[in-house]
Design a protein around this ligand. Structure first.
Ligand SMILES: *[C@@H]1O[C@H](CO)[C@@H](O)[C@H](O)[C@H]1NC(C)=O
Ligand SMILES: *[C@@H]1O[C@H](CO)[C@@H](O)[C@H](O)[C@H]1NC(C)=O
Ligand SMILES: *[C@@H]1O[C@H](CO)[C@@H](O)[C@H](O)[C@H]1NC(C)=O
Ligand SMILES: *[C@@H]1O[C@H](CO)[C@@H](O)[C@H](O)[C@H]1NC(C)=O
Ligand SMILES: *[C@@H]1O[C@H](CO)[C@@H](O)[C@H](O)[C@H]1NC(C)=O
Ligand SMILES: *[C@@H]1O[C@H](CO)[C@@H](O)[C@H](O)[C@H]1NC(C)=O
Ligand SMILES: *[C@@H]1O[C@H](CO)[C@@H](O)[C@H](O)[C@H]1NC(C)=O
Ligand SMILES: *[C@@H]1O[C@H](CO)[C@@H](O)[C@H](O)[C@H]1NC(C)=O
Ligand SMILES: *[C@@H]1O[C@H](CO)[C@@H](O)[C@H](O)[C@H]1NC(C)=O
Ligand SMILES: *[C@@H]1O[C@H](CO)[C@@H](O)[C@H](O)[C@H]1NC(C)=O
Length: 753
């Protein structure tokens, strides 16, 4: 297996099979049985383990959301254990490249993106809250940690305590969309089922916009809720609440039917018993919220009991998961899958819909090709076929007279870093991708580098090397031969690479760039980088990047190369219900994520290779408390920095508007080609279609739409096969929507051959 270097929001260590769901009315009925006097966790146990049900009947997997929340709240804290975790967390948080800047970010970022957060001080606050008795539950502790790190709005940074991430997943079973009736009026919020109903022409009422949620103005409610997401950009966060064809095209790799329904990180957010929805036509609807579980609640009698069987304060993990709900990460096939709902049949299909090449049907778009790239892979099975898809499609599209190229990056949470470089090189082979990046200096980084660089300097870099341990060290950042300087020169020593260099008052390593001709590139990425030729096809102005703001990690690296060096323009779709300009890249712009166990194993290996570090700062990493209790974790270790920018500010803190903003229309939520047509029109025939450009936008329409009074939907002319779309939607609701917010590198961990 390759040891791939990734920057990605995607991939999970566990995935959950779809399973039958108990109807909600059934749950309500059962709640009336005498169990209501039992502790909440015991009630959950009774509901999930229905001993009276026929033995061949599937066991329920859902309980009412409020009951689940009460159960979580009843898990008592072990203050000793919590304090130990708080004590160890800084060992890992010190590797977060933005740790210092987050305390006092550039003013434009604070004004337009997110506020400051002092994470280490926040740990002290949590510790004090435990001492004062303000935090008495284990879940409350985990939730406080989750919120603290979440305030960084860095999709690579997460620590999700087991009790937060693994017991329940909250669910609001009503996918929503935010659409503009005609592409120019302000977007309003609708139930996705209403859009589908119009599409299939089988509803008798006229769909009406949602004006209130839980009694609050709907947009305000959703803007608030969206802040629970991991992206930094507020418009991208807002988009991520809704049903999106691109997200569902990723199946388990996307954020399901949207954050509002509990997709992505939405699933950790506890819910009340129901959500009330007020429509503009006066109808009110109450939706029963649910929680699903991964955990076998058999014989659980209380929160304390749950803690005993679920949480282990020692180093071992002994949890009883329901085998029917948990499947290990499967080695997926590299084959093409059936086209996702709402998409036409690809001209060149890629592996598992991770990449597909399309043409657009219909007059006026004969010369437009679309490369849909909702992911940059990160799984070894798909690296080569992923690359081959763009190679083949770009060649074919060009030879068949497609003079315009849309690169559709919607839902792209990243993946294998060098796949981003590769695609850029395919499009701009004559350009030398910059991709400058740096670590935040800390003593552990320095010590690991000293140890690793000390060992490997005795061996040549040799693609034929059989010693896998050595190879993994030689492919790591900590061998100074990996990477090159800003000027494309080799580093001469670890000391030169590590610095530290003081930039705006904080210490960083020297800026490094990937050496794309390094012999170990295939080990880093599964591919050799293509495009070292002079073959250029499309000019900059004949290419456009399309995003929904959910462009993160490797996607942000790719976009940076395409826009800064390739001079390609961007179109961002959706956003909050206003007519402001919005950003195209709204997800983490950090250039590399490490799983926390990576860091731990680096520290352990460093001591192994250089015994003089036995009593150094690296020693503290030997404890496994933090790692074992963190069900999901990640650290952004590398800042990305811009070519020719001497401000020293990491791209993460730069605010950059897209060249054009377009709203989603109802049709675009059922037919991906409608998105591409609108993008092609705005880019190549009528830029006045861009919101906020050329006076196209009509404020009086907008005001009416915002009040939800006059907005009506007309049937979309989409191509989605109805039954297929509904099945897909149902399947997604029935599955835990799989985490997309940070990278967990399953299967290809450090020090594995
Ligand atoms: C609390 O955790 C500590 C270890 O961190 C453990 O020794 C102790 O037994 C735990 N206490 C209870 C009541 O589980
Ligand atoms: C009002 O709109 C909602 C949402 O579209 C719909 O479900 C409901 O049937 C409508 N009510 C009436 C009375 O038309
Ligand atoms: C919604 O939940 C509240 C408690 O949170 C309850 O009082 C109310 O009856 C519920 N409404 C419906 C329609 O289920
Ligand atoms: C629950 O209790 C029953 C009866 O004592 C026992 O047979 C079963 O193994 C227990 N299940 C678990 C998961 O402990
Ligand atoms: C261990 O690290 C020290 C300090 O950097 C260095 O002087 C020594 O040569 C290293 N030893 C080995 C075996 O690399
Ligand atoms: C690989 O190289 C390392 C570093 O020199 C050495 O410690 C280890 O024994 C080697 N492994 C094998 C299988 O040769
Ligand atoms: C890049 O890697 C190749 C092969 O490993 C090496 O020969 C070359 O010197 C490296 N370039 C730089 C600038 O380090
Ligand atoms: C990369 O290129 C080298 C040298 O041409 C070749 O030996 C190797 O098989 C290639 N690897 C991949 C994954 O294509
Ligand atoms: C690219 O063009 C330059 C200048 O015309 C030439 O020197 C170089 O050899 C060409 N490279 C390739 C890979 O064809
Ligand atoms: C509309 O048609 C679809 C597809 O046939 C079906 O699944 C759905 O249940 C229907 N909706 C209503 C409200 O009848």
């Amino acid at each position: 297996m390759w040891s791939r270097i990734v920057a990605s929001l995607a991939v999970l260590t566990i995935s959950v099979t779809s399973s039958p769901v108990a109807p909600v009315d059934n749950l309500n009925r059962r709640q009336e049985i005498p169990t209501a006097t039992l502790p909440a966790c015991a009630q959950v146990s009774v509901l999930l383990n229905d001993n009276e049900a026929p033995t061949d009947a599937p066991q329920p997997t859902e309980v009412p959301a409020d009951l689940a929340h009460q159960c979580l709240l009843s898990i008592p804290i072990n203050a000793t254990s919590a304090k130990a975790i708080l004590f160890e967390l800084p060992l890992y948080l010190n590797w977060q490249s933005t740790l210092d800047v987050l305390k006092d970010p550039p003013s434009e970022y604070v004004e337009k993106v997110q506020g400051p957060i002092d994470i280490l001080a926040g740990l002290d606050d949590i510790s004090a809250a435990i001492d004062k008795g303000d935090i008495v539950g284990e879940w409350e502790f985990g939730w406080a940690l989750y919120k603290l790190l979440g305030a960084a709005h860095d999709g690579h940074l997460a620590y999700i305590l087991d009790v937060v991430g693994l017991i329940f997943s909250f669910n609001r079973p009503l996918p929503l969309v935010s659409v503009s009736e005609d592409g120019s009026k302000l977007p309003a919020i609708f139930a996705y089922s209403d859009v589908l109903g119009l599409q299939f022409k089988n509803i008798s009422y006229t769909p009406s916009a949602i004006v209130k949620i839980d009694g609050q103005d709907a947009s305000a409610f959703l803007e608030d809720l969206s802040q629970q997401g991991s992206l930094q950009d507020r418009d991208a966060l807002y988009n991520n609440l809704f049903y999106s064809l691109a997200q569902t095209s990723l199946q388990n790799g996307g954020s399901g039917t949207g954050g509002f329904t509990g997709g992505g990180r939405g699933r950790y957010v506890p819910l009340k018993a129901n959500t009330t929805i007020d429509f503009a036509n006066g109808t009110t609807l109450a939706i029963a919220n649910t929680a699903r579980t991964y955990f076998n609640f058999q014989n659980i009698t209380s929160g304390a009991d749950l803690r005993r069987s679920f949480v282990n304060d020692g180093n071992a993990i002994a949890k009883t998961f329901r085998p029917d709900l948990i499947t290990p990460v499967s080695v997926l096939s590299a084959q093409a899958a059936a086209p996702p709902p709402g998409y036409p049949v690809p001209v060149v299909p890629g592996p598992q819909n991770l990449i597909n090449g399309f043409y657009i049907d219909g007059p006026g778009y004969e010369n437009v090709a679309v490369l849909q790239v909702p992911s940059f892979v990160s799984s070894s099975y798909a690296e080569l076929p992923f690359q081959a898809t763009s190679q083949k499609f770009l060649q074919k599209a060009w030879s068949e007279g497609k003079t315009k190229l849309i690169i559709d990056l919607q839902a792209n949470g990243g993946g294998t870093i060098l796949q981003g470089y590769d695609l850029f090189k395919q499009l701009f082979p004559a350009l030398d991708p910059y991709g400058g990046n740096r670590f935040r200096y800390n003593s552990a980084v320095d010590l690991v580098g000293q140890a690793f660089s000390g060992v490997v300097s005795q061996y040549p870099r040799d693609a034929g090397l059989k010693n896998a341990t050595l190879r993994l060290i030689q492919t790591s950042y900590f061998d100074y031969h990996t990477d090159q300087t800003v000027d494309g020169k080799p580093f001469e020593s670890w000391a030169q690479k590590v610095g530290p260099n003081t930039v705006n008052g904080d210490d960083y390593t020297s800026i490094t760039r990937w050496n794309l001709t390094d012999v170990y590139i295939p080990y880093q990425s599964g591919i050799n980088i293509t495009g070292f030729s002079n073959l250029t096809r499309w000019k900059s102005e004949d290419i456009v990047l399309v995003t929904d703001g959910y462009c993160a990690s490797t996607c942000s690296i790719f976009s940076e190369l395409m826009t800064q060096q390739g001079r390609v323009k961007t179109i961002a779709f959706g956003g909050r219900s206003n007519s402001n300009r919005i950003q195209a890249v709204g997800g983490v712009k950090g250039a590399n994520v490490y799983q926390w166990s990576f860091i731990q194993q680096y520290a352990v290996q460093a001591i192994y290779y250089n015994e003089t570090f036995q009593d150094s700062a690296l020693k503290e990493y030997s404890s496994e408390k933090v790692i074992n209790r963190g069900y999901g974790n990640g650290i952004n270790v590398r800042d990305a920095v811009r070519l020719g920018d001497d401000s020293g500010i990491a791209l993460q803190f730069k605010y950059e508007e897209a060249d054009c903003r377009l709203y989603y229309t109802p049709e675009m939520t059922v037919n991906a080609a409608a998105i591409w047509k609108a993008a092609a029109d705005a880019q190549w025939s009528d830029s006045s279609k861009c919101i906020g450009n050329g006076g196209y936008y009509n404020p009086s329409n907008a005001r009416r739409a915002a009040q939800g009074k006059t907005t009506t939907l007309s049937p979309a002319r989409g191509q989605m096969h109805g039954a297929q779309a509904l099945r897909q939607m149902k399947a997604l609701e029935d599955t835990f929507s799989i985490e997309t917010e940070y990278q967990i590198e399953a299967g290809d961990g450090f020090m594995q051959p």
